[in-house]
Design a protein around this ligand. Structure first.
Ligand code: M6R
Length: 610
């Protein structure tokens, strides 16, 4: 879950590495470092803390180099400290690593017996020592790396430089993301594209067990284990550099919340025909015949994407009448799931690199299921390893708290459900057109929901000092209660729980007293009366009710202390509209509590460890 970057070119690498690391900081932010060539020697600067601490650490040194590596860390082996920060060095070999080396302990013990001295607690350092020991045995840089990695088990994206072969970077990938940027006379390696988006939009996505050798002249890629050259496609990225900037917003999270009307428009553009009343199945790389035969669907994901999966079950089962099971990815792979022949597993993942989700995806394919990945990152592992992909077009999501990726995932699931319903003939063309018409109005309605911002700030000011918070929802909006609670706890550190409102009387009602704020989702739907009763139950026990209700709903007035009204939409799209105020509330509470909204403690954007 770390971020790595490398540069080789004509410009001073140091500011490019620092800027790139800032763009990767969402991947981990407990320590950082850079390595660079100066006078044919490799210099390393590292420190505990964020990239701004690294910047202060090197300020005044006037470092200059045309080749270098950088790293921002999310600690797995060893605490965040200067010694454990990357780059790591053994002899003239210096490297940065993202991933986990599973057999590092055994390798370390063997190397220690041979006299190698370790200076960190990391798993990474063993790779340095292995490469160094093979170079000492006479192998050249590339062969020593190939040989060393034969002994390494686990996941890695690595950038390596060698004092003996200056002005060359080796980059190797297995199960952790690594992309190469191709500029004019300059080249980049990085864990994610935004790191070098200011310099180039031409990208090569490295595959597992590939090694790239990068010099000022160009990039050559070969298979790691047999040196066979590999011809790679160049992908043109459509994101603009400003998409990876804050553009005047105080935090990425706030910017990303406000980008939702645009993100949803981009996600639906060209993906259905109103006239023909059909979803453009090519966008899912699916065929109608395959959909017709589908009898069972599994939705698998983690965190916020799992909440999207829960909403997806309501959409698919109610529109297409196909049974769905929803699983948390880390549970799915170990529960020995029974997957009938011909089932479809839909994995939902913003990053496409979440280790648990990827493992569940592998397991599903092993068990014979087809996999559809709903994913935001082009060329990510999930997208490449799936049978079919639906890309959400939310643009890069940098804030650790997922917002626009979530609502575009829901948009993708809505389209998928309609496509399946059409194939299964459970919806008429007229009904499908109505669903499309509502979808077309969604960006504008999301825009309108964002206007609740000032009312939400007032509510946040009332409640930001509380210790606990309860979120209640029913039906398709029950997962939105879970989502509101997750968002609040992850960025404000307030203990929050989401509950299906009908379940409250079976336990959580015991928590209600004068100090307990309860946010109730009360859209105008067939179970409105039920949630109104649940709100009464809270109110009569002294709890403070904040209602999120459909505009013109007067029934909530007497039951809530605070009301946020949202535009009316159809049943399936209410989760999108109703998640907007919940994300804003979590954001403002966290800001008032002076929390680091974009980089909450102990978290990272893409969780590439199990
Ligand atoms: O990249 P993914 O969608 O696979 O990530 C899954 C979760 O790690 C992610 O949604 C996480 O829960 C977010 N921090 C929630 O805001």
């Amino acid at each position: 879950m770390c971020g790595i970057i490398g540069y080789i070119g004509k410009q001073n690498a140091i500011p490019i590495l620092i800027k790139g690391l800032k763009r990767l900081e969402y991947r981990g932010y407990d320590s950082a470092g850079i390595a660079f060539f100066m006078n044919n020697k490799i210099g390393v600067r590292r420190c505990a803390g964020k990239i701004k601490d690294l910047e202060s650490h090197i300020r005044g040194e006037r470092l200059k180099s045309i080749t270098g590596l950088g790293h921002t860390r999310w600690a797995t082996h060893g605490k965040p400290s200067e010694e454990n920060a990357h780059p790591h060095r053994a002899g003239g070999i210096v490297l940065v690593h993202n991933g986990i080396i599973e057999n590092y302990f055994e390798l370390k013990e063997e190397l220690k017996k041979k006299g190698h001295v370790f200076t960190s607690e990391t798993d990474t350092e063993v790779i340095c020592h292995l490469i160094h020991s093979y170079s000492q045995n006479g192998l050249n840089f590339e062969d020593a790396t190939r040989e060393a990695l034969k002994h390494v088990e686990g996941a890695y994206a690595i950038g390596i430089i060698n004092e003996k072969e200056p002005q060359k970077i080796l980059a190797v990938k297995k199960d952790s993301p690594l992309v190469i940027g191709l500029g004019k006379g300059e080249f980049f390696i990085a864990s994610d594209i935004p790191a070098f988006l200011n310099y180039t939009k031409d990208v090569i996505i490295l595959d597992n067990d590939e090694i790239a050798s990068i010099t000022h002249k160009g990039v050559s890629i070969s298979k790691l284990h047999n040196s066979k050259p590999v011809k790679k496609e160049i992908t043109k990225i459509t994101w603009s550099p400003s998409m990876a900037e804050k553009s005047g917003y105080r935090h990425f999270m706030l910017k990303e919340i406000h980008e939702q009307p645009r993100a949803i428009s981009d996600t639906i553009r060209g993906r259905f025909s109103l006239e023909r009343a059909e979803v453009n199945l090519g966008e899912f790389s699916l065929k109608e015949n395959d959909l017709k035969k589908l009898d069972k669907i599994f939705l698998v994901a983690c965190g916020t994407s799992w909440h999207a999966a829960l909403v997806g079950k309501y959409m698919i089962e109610e529109m297409a009448r196909v049974p769905c099971e929803v699983d948390i990815a880390s549970e799915f792979r170990y529960r020995k799931p029974l997957i009938p022949k011909g089932s479809l597993v839909i994995v939902i993942t913003q990053s496409g690199e979440t280790a648990d989700t990827l493992a569940a995806q592998k397991e599903s394919r092993k068990l014979g299921a087809k996999v559809l990945s709903i994913c935001n990152v082009v060329g990510s592992t999930s997208a490449r390893e799936a049978d079919s992909v639906f890309y959400t077009h939310s643009g890069p999501e940098i804030g650790v708290a997922s917002t626009k990726a979530f609502t575009t995932q829901l948009t993708g699931l809505y389209l998928f459900s309609i496509a399946l319903a059409k194939a299964k003939k459970t919806l008429s063309s007229h009904e499908i057109r109505e669903l499309f018409n509502e979808l077309l109005q969604l960006p504008e309605k999301v825009e309108k929901s964002l206007q609740s911002n000032n009312a939400i700030i007032k509510i946040a000011k009332q409640f930001f000092r509380v210790r606990d918070f309860l979120y209640l929802g029913r039906g398709i909006n029950y997962p939105i209660a879970l989502e509101g609670a997750l968002k609040l706890k992850e960025i404000s550190y307030i203990h929050a729980e989401g509950y299906p409102a009908g379940e409250m009387k079976h336990g959580p009602i015991a928590l209600i007293d004068n100090n307990m704020p309860v946010l109730a989702l009360a859209p105008d739907d067939n179970i409105l009366e039920k949630i109104l009763s649940n709100m009464e139950e809270v109110k009569s026990r002294g709890g403070k009710v904040i209602a999120v209700a459909t505009e013109d709903n007067t029934k909530v007035l007497s039951r809530a202390s605070y009301i946020l009204t949202m535009p009316k939409t159809n049943y399936y799209l209410t989760p999108i509209i109703f998640s907007i105020p919940l994300h804003l509330l979590a954001y403002h509470m966290a800001v008032l509590r002076k929390c680091n909204v974009d980089q909450p403690r102990n978290l990272a954007k893409s969780v590439t460890v199990e």
